[in-house]
Design a protein around this ligand. Structure first.
Ligand code: 2AM
Ligand code: CA
Length: 264
C-alpha cells in the first residue's frame, strides 16, 4: 500500500474535518424537509462553515499557499507555485433534498499542473486520494479505471445543466443524451461531479461527461481518474479547468464517447 504523502495527509485531514460538520448538518436538513421554508438558508450556511474549516486547516498546515474556493473565490498566496482548489460541498442539491450523495473535494495544483486530489464521500465515509506518480487509492485499495472497451457495454455518468441556464445549453445536453443513450448500456445522473469522477477512477462508471462545470467541481476528480489509468479531456479540445467541459474514461472509450458527442 502506498503511504499518503504529508501533503495528502493534510488534505485528508481538512476533508474529514469539513465532513464531520456536513454529516451533522445533513441530519438537520433531513428534518427541515417537512418545514414550509425548506432548508435553503441552512444549507448555504453549512456550505460556508465547511469551507471555513477547510480554509483554516489548510492555511495552518501550508501557510502561504493560494486558494480557489467555491464561496471565497480566489485567495492569492505568497507562495505562487502552490494552490488548492476547493469545493466544500459538491452535490449541494442532493444535500438540500436529503439525498445522501455529496462530497468534499480538494485539489492541489503545483506550478500550474494538477498534482493531487482528495474526494471525501461523506455519507459512505470513503476517502479517495491520488497524487501524481502515486496512483489512486480508496483506503488501502489501489483503484483502476474499468477496462471495458465497447461503448455498447458501458455505463456512463453525466450531469444536466442547471434550470435557469440558457436554453441552448439544455438543447445541447438533450442532443448529446440522444446521441449517446442508444449506444451505451446505461446512463446515470447522480448530481455530484466530484463523485462521478471518483466512480470513474474506481471502475464503476466507464465514463463521465458534463459541460460548464467549475474548476472546484473537477480538479480533485481529474487527478483521481488520471492516476487510475484513465484519460480526462476537454470535450472540444480546450483547457478543461477553464471551460469545465469534461470527458473522462479509459483510453479506449474516450475517443468513442468524444466522437458521439462531436456528432451532435
Ligand atoms: P455543486 O453541487 O457544488 O453545486 C451536478 O451536475 C454538478 O454540477 C455538481 O457537481 C454541482 O456542484 C455542479 N453545479 C451546480 N451548479 C452549477 C453551476 N451553476 N455551474 C456549474 N456547475 C454547477
Ligand atoms: Ca461543486
Amino acid at each position: 500500500m502506498s503511504r499518503p504523502s504529508p501533503l495528502i495527509t493534510v488534505m485528508i485531514k481538512a476533508a474529514r474535518a469539513a465532513g464531520r460538520g456536513l454529516a451533522r448538518d445533513f441530519g438537520e436538513v433531513e428534518n427541515l424537509q417537512v418545514s414550509k421554508k425548506g432548508p435553503g438558508d441552512f444549507v448555504t450556511n453549512a456550505d460556508h462553515r465547511a469551507e471555513e474549516v477547510i480554509y483554516a486547516e489548510l492555511s495552518k498546515a501550508r501557510p502561504g499557499y493560494g486558494f480557489i474556493m467555491e464561496e471565497r473565490g480566489v485567495v492569492e498566496g505568497t507562495d505562487k507555485t502552490n494552490r488548492f482548489i476547493v469545493d466544500p460541498l459538491d452535490g449541494t442539491l442532493n444535500f438540500m433534498h436529503g439525498i445522501p450523495h455529496f462530497a468534499v473535494s480538494i485539489g492541489h495544483v503545483r506550478e500550474g499542473v494538477l498534482n493531487a486530489g482528495v474526494v471525501y464521500d461523506v455519507i459512505r465515509g470513503d476517502i479517495y486520494w491520488a497524487e501524481r506518480g502515486q496512483g489512486t487509492w480508496l483506503e488501502n485499495r489501489r483503484l483502476r479505471v474499468a477496462s471495458r472497451i465497447k461503448l455498447s457495454q458501458a455505463v456512463l455518468a453525466t450531469g444536466t445543466p442547471f434550470i435557469g441556464h440558457s436554453p441552448e445549453r439544455h438543447k445541447k445536453f438533450s442532443d448529446e443524451m440522444a446521441a449517446l443513450t442508444p449506444e451505451t448500456t446505461g446512463i446515470r445522473r447522480f448530481g455530484s461531479a466530484a463523485l462521478d469522477l471518483a466512480f470513474v477512477a474506481a471502475g464503476r462508471f466507464d465514463g463521465f461527461w458534463e459541460r460548464h462545470l467549475k474548476s472546484w467541481d473537477i480538479a480533485a476528480g481529474i487527478v483521481l481518474v488520471r492516476e487510475a489509468g484513465g484519460v480526462v479531456e476537454e470535450i472540444d479540445g480546450g483547457d478543461v479547468l477553464e471551460t469545465g467541459n469534461v470527458l473522462a474514461a479509459n483510453p479506449s472509450l474516450t475517443p468513442k464517447i468524444r466522437s458521439k458527442l462531436k456528432s451532435v
